[in-house]
Design a protein around this ligand. Sequence first.
Ligand SMILES: C[S@@+](CC[C@H](N)C(=O)[O-])C[C@H]1O[C@@H](n2cnc3c(N)ncnc32)[C@H](O)[C@@H]1O
Length: 288
Amino acid sequence: MILDLFAGPGGWSSALHVLGARDVGLEWDQWACKTRAAAGQLTIRTDVAMYPTWPVVGRTRGVIASPPCQAWSMAGKRLGLLDQPLVHAAVEDLAAGRDTRERILAACRDERSLLAAEPMRYLYALNTVGEPDWVVMEEVPDVLPLWKQYAVVLRRWGFSVWCGILNAADFGVPQTRRRAILLASRVRTAQPPTPTHAQLAEPDSLFGPGRARWVSMAEALGWGATDRPVPTVCAGGGPGGGPEPLPLGLPQGAVRCPGAGYLDAPGGPCGPAVPPRRTRMGGAARYP
Ligand SMILES: C[S@@+](CC[C@H](N)C(=O)[O-])C[C@H]1O[C@@H](n2cnc3c(N)ncnc32)[C@H](O)[C@@H]1O
């Protein structure tokens, strides 16, 4: 089976579905679990830090992990940043079969910090039986030093490992999302995928076809308007998450989509054409 730690609503699971595979997700959030169930994904609703490793040992081919990384998060009070050395210490101990989590957790400023070390607890147990064949992990770019620590351990265990930063937009995703990625395999050489897209389209050359231009959100949604700033669609920002009331000064013609906050899409499906405007996040709309 493919084990997906911190499986969330199923981003990895959806990609696996495209590849004709499926995972078993470990996830504790009820809404993420319900979303997975509605999408036909398999889930064990549990705390990844409490779940024993014996049920997965002897039957795991691949491990996916996108752990929360409070110790690298720039949001909130950033207390977790002080915990980074403790997370590295926990990974080192778990990689040697020493479960020191309780003692290390007592010293952490943020009780969630050690979750980033959890994949190593599973990987250590699986490695005792020569599993898994492959591992993929993903997190915000600042987590790369932690992935490098995982890489050293996995190489010691016979894996080929690559880790680095990839941008989703370079692979045709309509989102400029950079992520620290770790790819490891016992059965083939780990290499990053070849980018298929670039910010500016590249011409074909002697060495093959050039990369296509990044896909814009407007293109992905099929809304047109791809030759100018993209439509701005925002989820509701009210306290309950629903649509907010229209602010004063919104351009004439701007519309509100039920459940989706504002939409001021030129030629969009919900309303008449209006001039592009600044996003509610503060900057000019200039993402792909
Ligand atoms: C960054 S999201 C993962 C997204 C997922 N990889 C995807 O592709 O959709 C992290 C997830 O970890 C879950 N989580 C956090 N702490 C957890 C814990 N102790 N046990 C299980 N799940 C946890 C959160 O509810 C959240 O859904």
